[in-house]
Design a protein around this ligand. Structure first.
Ligand SMILES: NC(=O)c1ccc[n+]([C@@H]2O[C@H](COP(=O)([O-])OP(=O)(O)OC[C@H]3O[C@@H](n4cnc5c(N)ncnc54)[C@H](OP(=O)(O)O)[C@@H]3O)[C@@H](O)[C@H]2O)c1
Length: 329
């Protein structure tokens, strides 16, 4: 059936400027790491994308290796884009990345110019796009000169294959170097994508400061810690959950008693605020003005609704913030 997006979609969402760039991103973005590969039903993937866009989520985040198998999330997304979203391409911000293992041999991994440029060409083909809005280097490469990697990002922007350059998983000092190189090349770094949540506080140790000082945005991935910072695992492991799916990135042994006790305490604070834990976790990650967007995953449309409805209750008192810190001890 032809897709007609909800007419009121832009009234429900807040759009935040990415650093000092001209680009605004939705406060909530949708990532396609899980639930878009060949191991899932394409009608559910389609429903998630339609629902997200209907609720004002204009940014979809991919990477060359999302699947499984690697590449299949881009292929499936490309198909849905062609069938449903073609008239809306200019209303969307689509990102992809290269940096993790993608193909055999020495040219399908890390940060060489050879890898980045050929990988983006492959991604564009899989998605049926002429350009992506944001192209990321997915992780720092300890062995390739940073100048080479950043020059590759600069080149794809100059070629029109990406509109903006970005980095992900870079620690503060490497991020500062990358940002300086890109600035000198005349292609400012748009945004950094680190892991950040109530459980993952790394960006508070200098990264957010570096990004703020340099006018670079921040999009926080896994703000729900893959689903742990929700009520999903409070009564055991649901059959349709990421843990039950056998994900190597979220295993049952990571749900320790100590962690689940913290989750229970946080859940109580969320209830006192009149919201779900998932909503409090997202609001908490967005509380810092340097965080442009929270990048969620979803397996069900109701999870997207939870995220968007969080925006109505997203401010914290000092007492609530210190109760959260206490619950995390
Ligand atoms: N740059 C990088 O290196 C990197 C790494 C990882 C991720 N990412 C990006 O970040 C995106 C999000 O990562 P993520 O999926 O780990 O994020 P997340 O938002 O922390 O976790 C998403 C999962 O939480 C559960 N969930 C979501 N909303 C919920 C709700 N309201 N109530 C209960 N459970 C809820 C769902 O799990 P169930 O499936 O169990 O329902 C969902 O799949 C990825 O798609 C990708 O774009 C980037």
């Amino acid at each position: 059936m032809t897709y007609h997006p909800h007419a009121g979609r832009y009234q429900q969402m807040e759009y935040r400027r990415s650093g000092r760039s001209g680009l605004k991103l939705p406060a909530i973005s949708l990532g396609l790491w899980h639930n878009f590969g060949d191991n899932t039903r394409v009608d559910n993937s389609r429903e998630l994308l339609r629902h997200a866009f209907d609720r004002g989520i204009t940014h979809f985040d991919l990477a060359n290796n999302y699947g499984p198998p690697p590449g299949s999330a881009e292929e499936n997304f490309g198909r849905i884009l062609r069938e449903d979203f073609r008239p809306y391409r200019d209303e969307l911000v689509i990102s992809t990345k290269a940096g993790y293992t993608m193909w055999d041999g020495p040219y399908g991994d890390w940060g060489s110019r050879k890898y980045l440029i050929s990988s983006l060409d492959q991604s564009l083909k899989r998605m049926g796009l002429e350009y992506v809005d944001i192209f990321y280097h997915h992780r720092p490469d300890p062995d390739t000169p940073l100048e080479e990697t950043m020059r590759a990002l600069d080149q794809v922007v100059r070629q029109g294959k990406a509109l903006y350059a970005a980095i992900s998983n870079y620690p503060a000092d490497r991020a500062a170097e990358a940002i300086a190189i890109l600035r000198d090349l005349g292609t400012p770094c748009l945004i950094h994508q680190p892991r950040y949540s109530m459980f993952e506080r790394g960006p508070e140790n200098g990264l957010l400061e570096t990004l703020g000082d340099n006018g670079v945005g921040c999009i926080a991935f896994s703000p729900l810690a893959g689903g742990v910072l929700t009520d999903r695992y409070l009564q055991g492991i649901p059959e349709d959950s990421r843990v039950a799916s056998g994900s190597k990135f979220l295993r049952e042994d990571q749900l320790t008693d100590e962690k689940m006790e913290k989750v229970r305490r946080l859940n109580e604070i969320a209830q006192q605020r009149g919201q779900k834990l998932a909503q409090m976790a997202l609001a908490w990650t967005l509380r810092d003005a340097r965080v442009t967007s929270v990048l969620i995953g979803a397996s069900k449309t109701a999870q997207i609704d939870d995220a968007v409805e969080m925006l109505a209750n997203r401010h914290f008192t000092i007492a609530e913030l210190s109760a959260i810190e206490g619950a995390l001890l």
